[in-house]
Design a binder for this molecule. Structure first.
Ligand SMILES: [Zn+2]
Length: 209
């Protein structure tokens, strides 16, 4: 991929858009009103909009290595706060993916420098679910399950934030845990039962308003 090509592609894309709607860009510049906040992995194979078949303006996006929502990460926390409190999104999605390099690296014990503290958050997920994960003898199945459990734990981190707790009570905002299977292209809803998890989470993290 040559950088020059990108600018050529951009010119073509503009023409393409204007062909079907001459006001496309003037409408786009008026503002955004997305219904969904998508938190996904930075992996180049896992795009946000393309795999969901949505257009610019539809989804507010945050991506980082292994779709993490660490409680002290100012970037993730700011994105959630802005999307929920100001853009008033109706859904928050955490989307992981099988064959995630970040999750794989966390399962190994090599020293990865600055990535160590980031990946330690995934190792914490492993520790929380160690009994279940250690019982899985097939390495690939174990790796896939950790991807799913990581999504679940990051959803819980989303729910723990004050803004989301408020929005759940005030307007029934929904949190979803998904996994993208690179091998088939399928988007899988993990159908996490948040009502059970929420009871415990609220007990521990509930904020009085
Ligand atoms: Zn990944």
């Amino acid at each position: 991929m040559k950088i020059k090509q990108i600018f050529e592609n951009n010119k073509e894309w503009i023409q393409e858009k204007l062909k079907t709607d001459s006001d496309y860009f003037s409408n786009l510049s008026k503002g955004q009103d997305p219904d969904i906040l998508y938190i996904g992995c930075s992996d180049s194979r896992v795009t946000a909009e393309e795999l969901m078949g949505v257009a610019p303006g539809d989804v507010f996006v945050h991506r980082n290595i292994a779709n993490m929502v660490p409680n002290t990460d100012l970037s993730a926390m700011s994105v959630i706060d802005y999307a929920v409190a100001h853009l008033k999104v109706k859904h928050v999605v955490v989307c992981g993916h099988y064959y995630c390099g970040g999750v794989k690296a966390a399962m190994q014990s090599q020293d990865l420098g600055i990535l160590n503290p980031w990946l330690r958050n995934i190792r914490d997920v492993y520790r929380i679910h160690q009994a279940e994960l250690d019982a899985i003898k097939d390495e690939e199945a174990q790796y896939k399950r950790l991807v799913e459990l990581n999504v679940q734990e990051q959803c819980i981190n989303v729910i723990k934030t004050a803004e989301v707790q408020k929005a759940v009570l005030d307007r029934g905002i929904a949190v979803h845990g998904w996994v993208f299977d690179i091998h088939s292209g399928k988007l899988i809803d993990l159908k996490i039962d948040f009502s059970e998890i929420l009871k415990d989470v609220m007990k521990i993290y509930h904020l009085d308003s």
